[in-house]
Design a protein around this ligand. Structure first.
Ligand SMILES: C[S@@+](CC[C@H](N)C(=O)[O-])C[C@H]1O[C@@H](n2cnc3c(N)ncnc32)[C@H](O)[C@@H]1O
Length: 258
């Protein structure tokens, strides 16, 4: 090969690879927290994922607010039996319950009835557009015991030691910073508080949901225990979802209330 041609080829290869490296580092710069020991970043995301792995699981993309009507679909009652889910939570009137990833408010409205006027639902979402949809649905239902909170990817912005129950329906797999989120949720729970993972069953091929939006029971357990939670119980009565209850480790749970 003539020297000038091989030099030109070398320059083209270098320019192309530096462009690739640039877009890769831009992508990582957007998602990388200041200290990121818990995540692995892949050069290519899979179709519904963000290319970022936590505990060997690729994190899924966030469901956009344009899909809010799907959350309110009429068939959801029969497909998912939200009534059974709500009953399984054992909520007492007067409790403070956080609905993380509240979306359009499908569960916040139902939780509102359970906690009653003495209690409160903290409805957290990271999309202001979702909170706007939620606000309209609360107004339409004349509900006044739900507080809306704009969360961050790394925090639900809840005060420490303030919540009796944290409900996460179909959202945990979307957390782009699950470790940071769960550290904050751990601290927001009261000593005897519990956190509930509700995730579509990955083990069941008949559940018609994209793979990265499903989780196995084993994977939830692996991540929850890695984050310092202890398994309490599961509810097996839903047609499509796992319902897995965890609490703070016994040492923290028995600590005196600050
Ligand atoms: C699939 S929707 C589920 C909504 C609701 N839980 C339901 O089942 O009807 C997931 C919601 O979680 C929100 N979300 C994703 N990551 C979040 C985070 N780190 N903190 C709070 N909300 C989050 C999304 O904006 C979206 O509204």
């Amino acid at each position: 090969m003539p020297k000038t041609l091989s030099f030109t080829l070398l320059v083209v290869v270098l320019v192309l690879s530096s462009h690739h490296e640039n877009s890769w580092s831009q992508q990582t710069a957007q998602t990388k927290p200041t200290k990121a020991p818990h995540y692995q970043l892949m050069p290519r995301a899979s179709r519904d994922g963000i290319g970022k792995f936590y505990q060997d699981r690729e994190i899924s993309q966030v469901m956009g607010h344009m899909g809010a009507s799907w959350l309110e679909r009429a068939g959801r009652q029969n497909e998912e039996r939200p009534d059974l889910l709500i009953d399984s939570l054992g909520i007492q009137p007067g409790q403070i319950v956080a609905d993380i990833g509240a979306g359009s408010g499908y569960f916040s409205r139902r939780l509102s009835a359970k906690v009653g006027q003495e209690g409160r639902v903290m409805a957290v979402d990271i999309q202001p557009e979702m909170l706007a949809i939620l606000r309209r649905s609360l107004t339409a239902a004349d509900i006044s015991n739900v507080t809306m909170i704009l969360g961050k990817e790394t925090s639900p912005n809840l005060p420490p030691n303030s919540v009796d129950l944290v409900l996460m329906v179909d959202v945990y797999h979307e957390f782009s910073f699950p470790h940071e989120m769960m550290t904050q949720i751990y601290s927001a729970l009261k000593p005897e508080g519990q956190v509930v993972w509700v995730e579509y069953r990955l083990e069941d091929p008949k559940v018609p949901i994209k793979l990265l939006h499903k989780m196995s029971r084993q994977q939830v357990h692996k991540e929850a225990t890695f984050q310092g939670f202890e398994f309490v119980r599961s509810y097996e009565g839903l047609p499509r979802q796992h319902v897995l209850f965890y609490k703070k480790t016994s040492k923290d749970a028995s600590a005196p209330t600050p």
